[in-house]
Every structure is written in C-alpha cells, then in structure tokens.
Design a protein around this ligand. Sequence first.
Ligand SMILES: Cc1cc2nc3c(=O)[nH]c(=O)nc-3n(C[C@H](O)[C@H](O)[C@H](O)COP(=O)(O)OP(=O)(O)OC[C@H]3O[C@@H](n4cnc5c(N)ncnc54)[C@H](O)[C@@H]3O)c2cc1C
Length: 235
Amino acid sequence: MNPIKQIAGTVNKVRDLSPTAREYTIRPDNPFPFVAGTFVNLFVTHEGEVIRRAFSISSNDDNNLEFTLSIRLSPDGKLTPIMWSKNMIGEKVKIMGPLGLNTVDRIQSNKIFLFGFGIGAGVVKSLAEHIVNNRQELESLTIVTGNRSASEILHKDFFDNLAEKNEKVSVKYVVSDKKEPHGHPTGYIQEHINTYDFNDSDIYICGQSIACVDLEEKIKLTKPRNSHFLIEDFH
Ligand SMILES: Cc1cc2nc3c(=O)[nH]c(=O)nc-3n(C[C@H](O)[C@H](O)[C@H](O)COP(=O)(O)OP(=O)(O)OC[C@H]3O[C@@H](n4cnc5c(N)ncnc54)[C@H](O)[C@@H]3O)c2cc1C
C-alpha cells in the first residue's frame, strides 16, 4: 500500500465528459504513487474557506506524475457548483491520499465484474485499465455502467476501445431514460444481469449506496458460489 500523503498540486486540465460531468487532471507537486481503486480527499480554497470532498481516481495507476478525477455536478451541493463556475485551470489544490480499501490488488479472481453507477464509471475506468494491462491470467472482464441518459454515458470511447482490442473484455451501457430511443438496455443495471454467471468471480460495485445495495442483493439472489463483493459507496 502506498503511504498516505498530504501534498499540494495544480489543476492542469479540465474537459467535459457529459452535460453534467467533467474530468479534472491534477498535477501533484511531487510524484503521487497510487493503485487503481483509490480515492483522494481534495481540498479547494474558495473565498478563504477550505472545502474538502472525496473523489476516486479515474486514470491509469502507471502514471504517478498526474492523475484524473471524474466529477459530477451536484447543482445544490457546495463544492461542485464552485468548480463548475470558476476557471479551475491553474488552481492550487491540496490532496490527501491515496485512500480506500477497494483497490485492484483485492480483486484476485480471473473472472471479474466491474459495475459503475453514474460517476462511478470513473474508478471503473482506472480498474479496467490496470486489469487489462497487468493480468495475463484474465479469463473475463465484464464492465457495466448505469447512466441516466445516453448523453450521460461516461468514458464510452475508452471502454469501447478496451473491448474492441481485448476479446476477454465486454462492456454494456444501461440507460435508465425510458423516453428517448437510445439503443441501449433500458432501466437499471440490476434488471440486466440475467445472462451473467457470477460463480467464482470478483464483483466490484461503485456508486450511490442505494444503487450498490440493490445490485448486490439482486446478484446474491442468484446464489453465486465463491463470489467476492467489493462495494465502493459514494455516500
Ligand atoms: C469515497 C468516495 C468517493 C467519491 N468519489 C467521487 C467521484 O469520483 N466523483 C464524484 O463526482 N463524486 C464522488 N464522491 C462524492 C463527492 O465526494 C461529493 O460528495 C460530491 O461531489 C458532491 O459534493 P458537493 O460539495 O458539490 O455537494 P455537497 O455539498 O456535498 O452536497 C451533496 C448533495 O447533498 C445535498 N445536501 C447537502 N447538505 C445536505 C443536508 N444537510 N441535508 C440534505 N441534503 C443535503 C446537496 O443538496 C447535494 O445535492 C465520492 C464520495 C466518496 C465518499
């Protein structure tokens, strides 16, 4: 495990991922080793007040010179509206981390499911990249993300590319919007798991508590043998 550090850094880049999500690239002042699955506490100073929030790292853990955070706007929240309204490029921030227990080294099986609800797709991206690059014994990696609408599907190009280049990787985007035709499975992730065999697998689930709990319960109803759950809850 990498030691927890509290260091300064700078926001280097910001790009839109969807109408409500952005990717922030942070360059720490010193190398910042982390493993996929970890999160950081980000400290942003606004009008003299320091605001702290947790964000999962969404980039590849082979680069310790910079990392990305995939962040969704909470319109009624405190920090994210500030991040949306001000030009964050060049902003000095503090980072505490890496933190968290649901790291890629705890995913041991060669049959892996990664489920990401909403902005949880960010940490799934980091985990998937690590697994594909480092697990020669991999049998299958199944990635499923849950999204409010087709325009809110995050990191689609990245996941499509990963699946195209690796026959062991499959990806599915579930969209809850029932009004607009979008060509994706419709509803919640838990309504689209019937075809999966969860026996002897590691199952990683990330997102809001209520969604994580519901999906875990639905999977457990299938009575999988020798399956191991890792739940990263964005409470
Ligand atoms: C381990 C972990 C990892 C996370 N990773 C990510 C990530 O990768 N990406 C990401 O976008 N988010 C992530 N989060 C969530 C993130 O930390 C923030 O909570 C989120 O960005 C909202 O921050 P905010 O300051 O804008 O909103 P907040 O001020 O925290 O408010 C969030 C919501 O709660 C409501 N609220 C606030 N106070 C109250 C109250 N007293 N009563 C009722 N409702 C209230 C607000 O109206 C708003 O809708 C993670 C959280 C955890 C714990």
